[in-house]
Design a protein around this ligand. Structure first.
Ligand SMILES: [Mn+2]
Length: 468
């Protein structure tokens, strides 16, 4: 937890931005696996609740009554029966005190606070809920049916939270640097362990163990697969094979729940083939080019398209694509190879603030999303960068057999693509390289003092000299 002042200052800033009404921030409840008392471990608090109220226990709600200048931490103290199983925990009063909140109340009292606010037609601000139990809680407290809660959530509150959480403070950057160390250890563990004959799941399980032992948990379910062309290819019981590439996209969360998110693609046997290198070098060039382009004032959408241009130019050199690059990218032809956006915000959520809706996080009045064009509609971040933003830089090139067939049959972008040549890569898989960058005053830099090896030579050297 950060200092008490951090949370006090954040709530004061939030009050200034939202101006009036009453804000209710729901913490998460325990989420059962197969029985109410068997919760998923570790418990994960809601990130916005954490940002303003700092406490990690389940069953808490934060109330900020702007009009009456009152803050409350709501929660029930645990009973002696629970103490027997879980040990003694801080009282709600102690927890409130630690984050500079003067008042506390029980869940039952929250009921009357909400009832009064509804009766007086006060503006009640809440964020869009994403868990079923919170939706029921909101239904009980405010009488809004779960299907109506997203539209009833407060855009003023969403905008204020996004504005604040988008810019990372120095103490948050220090946390992200800690997360990067966990990520480094996860990825180098994967490189050390990977060899033909092991299952994907075996290596991935060890990678997850690194996150659990150095921090609080993985920042998202680990992707570890020889089918790199499947965007979210979770580790399977498939056996790692000599000659293939494996894609590892994973990250860890610190104890304070700040994330890392990196991707490496490397040969199972530790040595790239020329065919693999031809594609890898393009992704590497795209990845590195972002460091020279991303800076305050630049739209991340434009950085994305700069990368799409590189991919298309290089694909033309390999004979897989043809025609005018500007026209091809405008038509979306590059999306056969790169069907996702270049990156997303990162912070306490790996796709930071995704629950507040990407249109509010990655876009603004000036930069609107393109929801029509395949590939471009997957952009999570398009708006102008600002100092303190943390975004991922994650270009990739994928050969998705079904997508290749689909476009070929429909002659989609046929003027720009050599489908016969592309079809020869249907067994290739996919390559992605991903690092997290902090936007600085004049440009950007990687987060993480030790960069996980990604130059082909560095990967080969690392794998050759660190085999387990
Ligand atoms: Mn990512």
């Amino acid at each position: 937890m950060f200092s008490k002042d951090t949370y006090i200052n954040r709530r004061n800033e939030l009050k200034k931005l939202v101006k009036s009404g009453i804000i209710i921030l729901f913490g998460n409840n325990e989420s059962p696996v197969n029985f109410p008392a068997n919760g998923y471990y570790p418990f994960r608090q809601d990130s916005s609740f954490l940002y303003y109220f700092g406490q990690k226990r389940e069953g808490l709600v934060g109330v900020i009554d702007i009009d009456n200048n009152k803050e409350l931490l709501i929660g029930n103290d645990i009973e002696i029966e629970d103490i027997v199983w879980f040990g003694s925990v801080n009282s709600v009063k102690d927890m409130a005190e630690a984050v500079g909140v003067a008042s506390t109340a029980s869940m039952k009292e929250l009921d009357s606070i909400c009832r009064d606010a509804v009766r007086l037609h006060r503006k009640i601000h809440f964020l869009p809920p994403y868990r079923a139990d919170i939706k029921i809680q909101i239904f009980d407290l405010l009488g809004i049916h779960p299907t109506k809660q997203k539209e009833a959530s407060s855009l003023d509150l969403i905008k204020a939270v996004v504005k604040m959480r988008s810019v990372k403070s120095n103490e948050e950057i220090a946390e992200l640097e800690r997360a990067a160390i966990i990520g480094y250890n996860m990825h180098t563990t994967a490189m050390r362990l990977t060899k033909a004959g092991l299952t994907e799941k075996f290596v991935a399980g060890h990678v997850d163990g690194v996150a659990n032992s150095l921090g609080s948990m993985v920042s998202f379910p680990t992707i570890f697969t020889q089918h790199g062309e499947i965007m979210h290819g979770n580790p399977s019981m498939n056996v790692l094979e000599d000659g293939r590439l494996v894609l590892c996209d994973c990250g860890g969360e610190t104890i304070e729940h700040y994330c890392s998110d990196n991707t490496r693609t490397f040969p199972v046997n530790g040595k790239f083939t020329q065919r693999q290198l031809d594609i890898y070098k393009i992704v590497e060039e795209c990845h590195d080019s972002v460091l020279n382009i991303a800076k305050p004032g630049v739209k991340y959408k434009d950085v994305h398209f700069a990368v799409c241009h590189i991919i298309f130019d290089r694909m033309k050199e390999l004979g897989l694509a043809k025609g005018n690059t500007d026209e091809a990218v405008a038509a979306g032809a590059h999306a056969l190879f790169l069907p996702h956006g270049l990156g997303h915000m990162m912070g306490m959520d790996v796709h930071d603030m995704e629950a507040l809706d990407q249109i509010n996080v990655g876009f603004d009045e000036e930069t609107r999303p393109n929801l029509e064009q395949f590939g471009t509609n997957a952009l999570r971040m398009g708006r102008r960068l600002e100092e303190g933003f943390v975004v991922t830089d994650e270009p990739g090139i994928y050969f998705i057999p079904d997508l290749i067939d689909n476009w070929k049959i429909n002659k989609h972008c046929a003027d720009f693509l050599n489908f016969d040549k592309i079809s020869m890569y249907k067994d290739f898989g996919g390559i992605r390289i991903e690092d997290d960058i902090l936007i600085t005053q004049t440009g950007c830099r990687f987060i993480g003092k030790n960069i996980i090896p990604y130059k082909p030579k560095d990967i080969e050297e690392y794998m050759a000299s660190n085999k387990e």
